[in-house]
Design a binder for this molecule. Structure first.
Ligand SMILES: CC(C)(COP(=O)(O)OP(=O)(O)OC[C@H]1O[C@@H](n2cnc3c(N)ncnc32)[C@H](O)[C@@H]1OP(=O)(O)O)[C@@H](O)C(=O)NCCC(=O)NCCS
Length: 174
């Protein structure tokens, strides 16, 4: 277990989480901002990338699990990402659609922000979000973030306008 909140636990993912990952990354509605679902190979590559992140940095996208049942309901965590040419520490979140609209994503994101400031001693953390992704933008706002930039990100062959959301260490609002 890496992190804990009132209702959820965050832990490292492992190969046994592959079916739960498929339920997220192979769902059309969940993946609309990513230009479509991931294949089995892309899903495995995604998992491999997180395993490599844990090894290299000690963090990555973690599994979010319900405290009650240990069920994995999503992913949330910290990764290094490019934001218009700058390497930034990003809070990312992707949840199983069956567990949307219950506040779990914002709860996990807030905990990751605290971890970034308190444990990693980060000065700022970011969330890089496609402009059409309103639910994700709302999570960033609930996480105390504001828009500090915008850029076009080429992803899976498509030019996608993105907002760069940011929060500074001294703005621990929630
Ligand atoms: C982004 C994503 C995680 C947001 O999920 P979400 O369910 O909208 O966000 P939360 O879990 O924070 O839930 C917030 C909602 O729960 C409601 N809620 C219900 N019970 C709650 C509680 N106990 N505490 C807080 N909020 C609660 C809130 O009012 C809010 O309602 P709304 O959906 O009508 O706005 C989800 O849409 C997703 O996985 N999208 C696909 C992947 C993706 O695009 N990720 C982002 C890439 S940048």
């Amino acid at each position: 277990m890496i992190l804990e909140t009132e209702r959820i636990l965050l832990r490292e993912m492992n190969q046994e989480d592959f079916p739960c990952l498929c339920a997220i990354l192979q769902d059309e509605q969940t993946m609309y901002a990513y230009n479509g679902i991931f294949s089995h190979l892309e899903t495995q590559e995604w998992l491999n990338k997180q395993l490599a992140n844990y090894q290299r940095y000690g963090f990555g996208l973690w599994a979010v699990c319900l405290k009650d049942s240990s069920k994995m309901i999503g992913q949330c965590g910290l990764t290094w990402q490019d934001a218009d040419g700058k390497n930034v520490l990003e809070i990312g979140y992707l949840f199983n659609r069956a567990y949307w609209h219950r506040g779990y994503a914002a709860e996990a994101a807030r905990r990751c922000k605290r971890y970034a400031f308190e444990e990693l001693k980060a000065d700022k953390v970011y969330s890089i979000i496609r402009d059409i992704n309103i639910p994700s933008i709302n999570v960033a706002i609930r996480n105390g973030m504001y828009v500090c930039g915008r850029f076009i990100k080429k992803y899976r062959g498509v030019d996608m306008p993105h907002f760069i959301f940011c929060v500074k260490q001294d703005t621990l609002l929630n």
